[in-house]
Ligand binder design. Structure first.
Ligand code: ADP
Length: 411
């Protein structure tokens, strides 16, 4: 695993190029964040691989008993297209450390870096058959994994719709356990005491990072009435100044949407938002005639029952809502079927602590956003799924517990 990680670092230019070509993501981010983060995940879990152990149990009868932690078996990893490199290693690294063999199915839109990683794994000396990459479409290659009788677990990241299909397939085949990291519609809550400059920077990043193709994108912005006008003005100014274009250009803040389907889906949500009566504050259109570029799009006067607030759009589109009290902020932040992440911007520790405990989401970021880290368990509440990635929680999901019992004496 350490050697594999070194090879990734040595090949980061090529790997990042593949992700940029496939997904339209920023080359600088791919090269300096996504790809090296994959190598770091391998190192992190390699460090845990020789510290996996069970425990001796205190029994109620004269028995000697202990637990063994064993690899769960053959794992199927089904991953989406928005972070081809980071998600590959989010799944593969803990499973390798747990001693599992695996089949990885990258998304049909972004298979190239996964194939390159398979080549590097072989070069690193990972035995044939341990880390297998199978490309293909979801309903065929993906479904073959989720229905397979010899695959003992599926770890999936993607949409809630497909997550449901995977659970059904697991239930109707060999009852394999599944871990599902699904969509989100995460709230970012900005209180009156927030520094509006910092808050608007976080909000801009929250919905435009990776052109909004992020499961934890903060696409519901709740702003307290005292700072609302100032915040809206700043956010709109910053969004208008944002450079969108060729993802290989270092000046560019985000590139094209991944493909035509996604591009059209986002534009149709924008149209829907206008028809539903939301106010288009800025953006809302395609940029240029060529390529799938969309302006950063801000809606105001949105309500929780509008489709643009209920559905995960997976594009650079955000809805702004004004609130009065902390209770109202909590209630409205929770008014979603998702529960992946939430952000809070305030200087008041009591407010931060109260909201953190009251919002039903797997990750809470106070005065920051996207603070995803290999040490920190990551995964959803509600329809954002279950089962954690990262940290030792992820290692344990690829392990199963065996109890071994023997009499202490012959009676
Ligand atoms: P997104 O909405 O991010 O495109 P999807 O949930 O559609 O995500 O796809 C994520 C991954 O799930 C991809 O690798 C895709 O090929 C796969 N997939 C899609 N449909 C199925 C299915 N019916 N069974 C198994 N995997 C699927």
């Amino acid at each position: 695993m350490m050697k594999f990680a070194d090879l990734i670092n040595q090949n980061s230019e090529e790997l990042a190029t593949l992700d940029t070509l496939d997904a339209g993501k920023l080359f600088s981010e791919a090269k300096y964040v996504d790809v090296p983060a994959g190598a770091e995940l391998l190192r992190y879990y390699a460090g845990a691989a020789d510290k996996i152990h069970g425990e001796v149990l205190k029994m109620s009868r004269p028995l000697h008993a202990y637990t063994l932690l064993e690899p769960i078996g053959v794992v199927g990893h089904i991953i989406p297209w928005n972070f081809p490199s980071s998600l590959f290693f989010t799944k593969v690294s803990p499973a390798l450390a747990a001693g599992c063999t695996m089949v990885v199915k990258p998304a049909e839109q972004t298979p190239l870096s996964a194939l390159y990683y398979a080549h590097l794994a072989k070069q690193a000396g990972i035995p044939d058959g341990v880390l297998n990459v199978v490309t293909g479409f979801g309903p065929t290659a993906g479904a073959a994994i989720s229905h397979h009788m010899d695959i003992e677990m599926v770890s999936f990241t993607g949409s809630a719709e497909v997550g449901r299909e995977i659970m059904k397939a697991a239930a109707s085949s060999n009852l394999k356990p599944v871990s599902l990291e699904l969509g989100g519609k995460s709230p970012l809550i900005i209180f009156d005491d927030a520094d509006v400059d910092i808050a608007s920077d976080l909000a801009l990043l929250g919905f435009t990072c990776n052109k909004g193709e992020v499961c934890v994108a903060s696409t519901r912005l709740y702003v307290q009435e005292g700072v609302y006008d100032e915040f809206v003005k700043k956010l709109a100014e910053k969004a208008k100044a944002l450079v969108v274009g060729d993802p290989f250009d270092p000046q560019v803040r985000y590139g094209p949407q991944v493909d035509k389907t996604q591009f059209e889906k986002i534009l149709s949500y924008i149209e829907h938002g206008k028809k539903e009566g939301a106010t288009l504050l800025s953006g809302g259109k395609r940029i240029g005639e060529k390529g799938y570029y969309i302006e950063p799009t801000i809606f105001t006067n949105v309500k929780e029952d509008m489709l643009i607030v209920k559905d995960e759009i997976f594009g650079p589109v955000v809805g702004l809502m004004k609130f009065k009290t902390i209770e109202e902020a909590i209630q409205r932040a929770n008014a979603t079927r998702y529960g992946l992440a939430a952000g809070i911007v305030t200087k008041d520790l009591n407010v931060a602590n109260t909201v953190s405990r009251s919002v039903r989401a797997g990750s809470i970021w106070i005065n920051c956003y996207f603070a995803i880290d290999q040490d920190c368990p990551f995964g959803g509440y509600k329809m954002s799924g279950f089962g954690k990635d990262f940290g030792l929680d992820a290692l344990h999901k690829y392990l199963q517990v065996k109890s071994v019992v023997t009499p202490l004496y012959n009676s």
